[in-house]
Design a binder for this molecule. Structure first.
Ligand SMILES: NC(=O)c1ccc[n+]([C@@H]2O[C@H](COP(=O)([O-])OP(=O)(O)OC[C@H]3O[C@@H](n4cnc5c(N)ncnc54)[C@H](OP(=O)(O)O)[C@@H]3O)[C@@H](O)[C@H]2O)c1
Length: 289
């Protein structure tokens, strides 16, 4: 049985992962109060005592604005701690799964979809600290799968955090009768977290390297937001009132952060397009109005 050390255990993605695999893996899932990953000595002690065969390093400061406001902290958490964890993985022969982000491309002049060979030009602290972590992990030559994720969503679950997702943004806007804005000039993959979580055993088996994971999405953020409400049978009139078209946003420079998944699919990982991912998740929750 895999012995899996999870950091960021109470976050959006790892809380769902811990729940999903609790009977399949031997898991040590730690949140920030149990293991502050900037405490390198505590991290080393955790490796020594648990002796993981696999590590999912998900702890991060993942909010772009928090990283901008606290760049030193973001560097310590997102870069230095990841580097130390990669060193410990190498020392203990553990396979590492590290989450990077589409945001490493947010300063690239050319539009997506970006391949794994595109050189990232991150222009936010979040993107820069994640890209620096990627490079540090590769320099160490840890047995690491670095997964650049597009935007994940999940439906609300009991006692689990919702995260900041497009789904919850538009869903709560409709519930509260408070419109939300979405740009027709922004393009990103939008993917159900479980499309990823359900494949972690296959992802662990990938050779070390950088991979992209998310959904192909031909729709803009505006169109994707509308689709979510349409799929839960919200009327066109209410959708019009709820999703406001922010047509000026990114008008001169469309924001296209989409990733190219060719190499990930070739490696045997299946990826649903955004439309199917949304429909599958709603069906899994037997959601209908
Ligand atoms: N969700 C997405 O759409 C998405 C997309 C691309 C990449 N990613 C990456 O995927 C990973 C998981 O994302 P997520 O959405 O689950 O993020 P999340 O909900 O913010 O979870 C990250 C967790 O890291 C913890 N953390 C922060 N600083 C820490 C520290 N010093 N020591 C230990 N834990 C610390 C946070 O705890 P506190 O809340 O207590 O601070 C939080 O629970 C992250 O690395 C993120 O960058 C996510």
């Amino acid at each position: 049985m895999k012995r899996v050390l999870i950091t960021g255990g109470k976050g959006f993605l790892m809380s769902r992962t811990t729940k999903t695999y609790q009977d399949q893996w031997e898991i040590l899932s730690l949140d920030r109060t149990q293991l502050d990953i900037t405490d390198h000595e505590a991290v080393s002690q955790t490796f020594e005592s648990f002796q993981p065969t696999h590590v999912i390093h998900a702890a991060a400061i993942a909010m772009t604005q928090v990283c901008e406001d606290h760049p030193d902290l973001a560097y310590r958490v997102n870069t230095e701690a990841a580097e130390h964890i990669a060193k410990e993985c190498k020392k203990h022969g553990a396979k590492l799964l590290f989450f990077s982000t589409e945001q490493v491309f947010n300063g690239n002049k050319e539009a997506g979809p970006y391949t794994v060979d595109t050189v990232p030009v991150p222009d936010t602290v979040y993107g820069q600290t994640k890209y620096a972590a990627e490079k540090a992990i590769q320099t160490i030559e840890a047995d690491a799968v670095i997964l650049r994720l597009s935007w994940l969503f999940g439906l609300p679950e009991r006692n689990l955090p919702n995260g900041y997702t497009l789904f919850w943004d538009v869903f709560s806007a409709a519930l509260r009768h408070q419109p939300t804005q979405a740009s027709p000039n922004e393009f990103r993959g939008v993917t159900c977290a479980y499309d990823l979580i359900d494949q972690f055993d296959s992802i662990f088996a990938l050779p070390a390297g950088i991979y992209h994971f998310g959904s192909e999405n031909t729709m803009s953020r505006y169109e994707t937001a509308r689709l979510i409400l349409k799929e839960i049978n919200i009327s066109e009139a209410i959708i019009d009132e709820t999703i406001l078209c922010a047509s000026e946003k990114f008008k001169d420079h469309p924001r296209d952060l989409r990733l190219d998944y060719t190499q990930t699919k070739i490696a045997g990982i299946s990826i649903l397009p955004t439309e199917e991912s949304i429909r599958k998740e709603l069906a899994a929750f037997h959601y209908s109005l």
